[in-house]
Design a protein around this ligand. Structure first.
Ligand SMILES: O=C(O)CCC(=O)C(=O)O
Ligand SMILES: [Fe+2]
Length: 279
């Protein structure tokens, strides 16, 4: 089954969306309530931010992890030999944001967070009873007042003349959190690994929203929803001269939320961030 593209307003949307998540770990939603003009504006504003030297004043705080992460400290995916070719900025509800960029990004955060709550209730509704009975609380409650949900503004610079062999925009990885909401990026490149081990391009038509399952939902659902491996490939030809921006919202439960017998959200996150070498 390929990743399903679901019309948010159509009857049966919730069921089709959850079936796609179960089969592929990914779903695409169109006709959704997120303001895409706002997203376009955010891409423009933040492209200018990443192009400026001002970003150096917003460097991340290693303790709290909010702010700007330059390319030389950005992530190395689990098992990858090179750092990803990306920079990013982490926005938390309590975190720092440059004044001129604050209103739009906080507005997007609220919209996307609200839609994520609804999608999590769709997921719960269409989880088999055997699986849902083990959720320690409704999935949408897990993120309700969370201060941990992270909005990342990602900037993949135009390809340099020389990059280290094996370095890619984002090496194959799985997301740590419950689910991720990702509006279509301004350039293609996102790929998901199918069950057959083949890479498939994820559609990035303007206006679409991509949702993927993260490791925490996989853990909480005993593997019913698979956290699917994905990556961002390097562009070729004319696109190599273009920057790519994307805007994933990583839905993180409150730290005390019990994911499974083995983990709380907090113990799970700490274990994974250590593996990534960012704490
Ligand atoms: O840039 C993208 O399209 C995806 C980014 C991603 O997978 C991540 O930051 O976890
Ligand atoms: Fe990801």
């Amino acid at each position: 089954m390929p990743v399903q593209n679901v019309d948010y307003k159509k009857d049966g949307a919730a069921e089709d969306f959850v079936a796609s998540l179960k089969e592929t770990g990914f779903g695409v939603i169109r006709n959704h309530p997120i303001d895409m003009a706002l997203v376009e504006r955010i891409y423009e504003q933040w492209a200018a931010f990443f192009d400026s030297e001002e970003k150096q004043q917003w460097r991340f705080d290693p303790k709290t992890q909010d702010g700007y992460f330059p390319a030389d400290v950005s992530e190395t995916a689990k098992g990858a030999s090179q750092k990803d070719l990306k920079e990013y900025y982490h926005v938390y509800p309590w975190g720092k944001v440059p004044d001129a960029l604050e209103e739009d990004i906080r507005c997007y955060y609220r919209q996307a967070n609200a839609l994520a709550g609804e999608l999590l209730s769709w997921i719960e509704r269409y989880s088999p009873a055997q699986i849902a009975k083990d959720f320690s609380e409704p999935l949408s409650d897990m993120i309700a007042d969370s201060q941990q949900t992270l909005l990342r503004i990602l900037y993949y610079p135009p390809m340099a003349a020389e990059t280290p062999v094996d370095a890619v925009r984002a090496a194959a990885h799985e997301d740590i959190n419950l689910i991720t909401l990702l509006p279509a990026a301004n350039e293609p490149g996102l790929e998901v690994m199918g069950r057959d081990g083949e890479w498939m391009a994820v559609p990035c038509d303007p206006g679409q929203l991509i949702i993927n399952v993260g490791d925490m939902l996989q853990e909480a659902s005993g593997g019913h929803f698979p956290s699917t491996t994905h990556r961002v490939v390097n562009p070729e030809g004319d696109s190599a001269r273009k920057a790519r921006l994307s805007l994933p919202l990583f839905l993180h439960p409150r730290p005390d939320v019990r994911l499974s017998d083995r983990y709380t959200a907090d113990s799970y996150l700490k274990e994974r961030l250590k593996e990534l070498g960012v704490i």
